[in-house]
Design a protein around this ligand. Structure first.
Ligand code: UDP
Ligand code: MN
Length: 371
């Protein structure tokens, strides 16, 4: 009897050991598989900020996934655990596919240009002939008068008469910016980029910039002209001052979809104009006030944006191809322009043709320029 019980006990112990090892190996394998999915999301980070952890994408925290120990009690519940994990895995794989964003392309960007009837001939024509040729379908012009001649040069619906006043007052500027914002919101694009009509935009570099940031995170990209936040009197409490950063409109401003959505209660349906009136500041300051002061979102400085308030002649020629925007200005008889050999300065006082043909030498009108 003693002799026959021993092998049976040994066999039972061995079987139990094999079962425990199986449970251990499978649970580790499945845990590993599950972690792999999270790793894919991490490695597909799109933009400088980290993606949300996977569990948040599915609106389900990791705590809600039934823990392993609950299933260790029996082989039947272990199989149930495997099925649950498989289902979770499938769900997560779907989420990963959504989270794995396509890189931003030109067509994901809404470029809005603020202009006025007095500048249709002198400024609009110049940009329509140069940089806008690279983004015709993505660029919209916000003006204050109808103009059949300009309209013919653009895709239908791209010259928008806001009926705002045509002056340079803060109210008129905010009125146009409010239209720009509302039209962007209706466009369903990833990015809202505003420029003035005296800005040259290096389109491929703009796309390359926005590919570095995730539009579903909140981003305010631009270049301030001040070295310090703008300080104004708090109208709700006139003995107090309030301060905020803003990006200069003439250098360009880009706002991600996520941030534009956050701005909606303060900027949507023309409210941007009301806010501008309340703080008595022009459009670019008003945008900064809403984003930086009201919503507490930081301005990310893009050094490759250049307004006419910078010394543009200091940009080195080999660096021009890496820059994203350039403006210009005339102070008395002195021009603040990019120093670049190219077209005669009388024919090309803004240097936009020279910049354009420097960047894209084989485009229309550039063939005969001196290089
Ligand atoms: N602008 C306008 N109405 C005006 C003057 C200017 O809408 O009476 C627009 C112009 O088209 C440009 C922006 O405001 O997009 C800035 O104008 P400008 O470059 O003349 O002046 P800045 O503010 O840059 O010194
Ligand atoms: Mn300007």
């Amino acid at each position: 009897m003693r002799l026959s019980l021993r092998p049976a006990a040994k066999l039972t112990a061995l079987a139990a050991l094999v079962f425990i090892m199986n449970v251990f190996i499978w649970s580790n394998y499945l845990k590993h598989d599950f972690n792999d999915v999270s790793t894919i999301v991490e490695s597909n980070k799109h933009g400088r900020q980290q993606q949300q952890p996977v569990a948040q994408h599915v609106n389900q925290s990791e705590d809600e996934v039934t823990p392993l120990h609950k299933y260790k009690r029996s082989a039947k519940s272990f199989i149930g655990y495997m099925d649950t994990l498989k289902n979770e895995g499938e769900k997560l794989k779907k989420v990963v596919q959504v989270a794995h964003l396509e890189p931003t392309q030109l067509d994901d960007i809404y470029i809005s240009v603020k202009t006025t009837k007095n500048f249709h001939q002198s400024r609009l024509r110049l940009i329509i002939d140069t940089w806008v040729t690279l983004a015709r379908q993505q660029t919209y012009f916000f003006t204050d008068a109808d103009d059949l001649e300009i309209q013919k040069l653009l895709p239908s619906g791209h010259l928008i008469n806001t009926n705002c006043s045509s002056d340079h007052s803060r109210k008129s500027l905010c009125c146009k910016m409010a239209f720009e914002y509302d039209n962007y919101m209706a466009s369903n694009k990833r990015w809202f980029c505003h420029v003035d009509d005296d800005t040259y935009v290096n389109i491929p570099q703009l796309v390359a910039l926005l590919q570095k940031y995730n539009h579903s995170e909140e981003w305010y990209l631009g270049k301030p002209s001040l070295r310090h936040p703008l300080e104004i009197i708090d109208r709700n409490n006139p003995v107090q001052k309030l301060a905020f950063w803003f990006a200069t409109g003439g250098a360009g401003i880009c706002i991600s979809k996520a941030l534009a959505l956050k701005m909606l209660p303060h900027a949507g349906g023309g409210k941007l104009m009301t806010v501008g009136e309340k703080i008595r500041l022009p459009d670019d300051c008003t945008v900064g006030y809403i984003i930086n002061y009201i919503l507490h979102k930081e301005l990310t400085v893009i050094n490759e944006f250049h307004s006419h308030l910078e010394a543009l002649w200091q940009i080195r020629v080999p660096e021009i191809k890496n820059q994203i925007t350039f403006s210009y200005a005339k102070y008395g008889d002195k021009n603040n322009i990019v120093r670049l050999e190219g077209f005669d300065e009388n024919k090309d006082p803004t240097r936009f043709w020279s910049i354009h043909c420097h960047l894209f030498p084989y485009t229309k009108h550039c063939a005969n320029m001196p290089r």
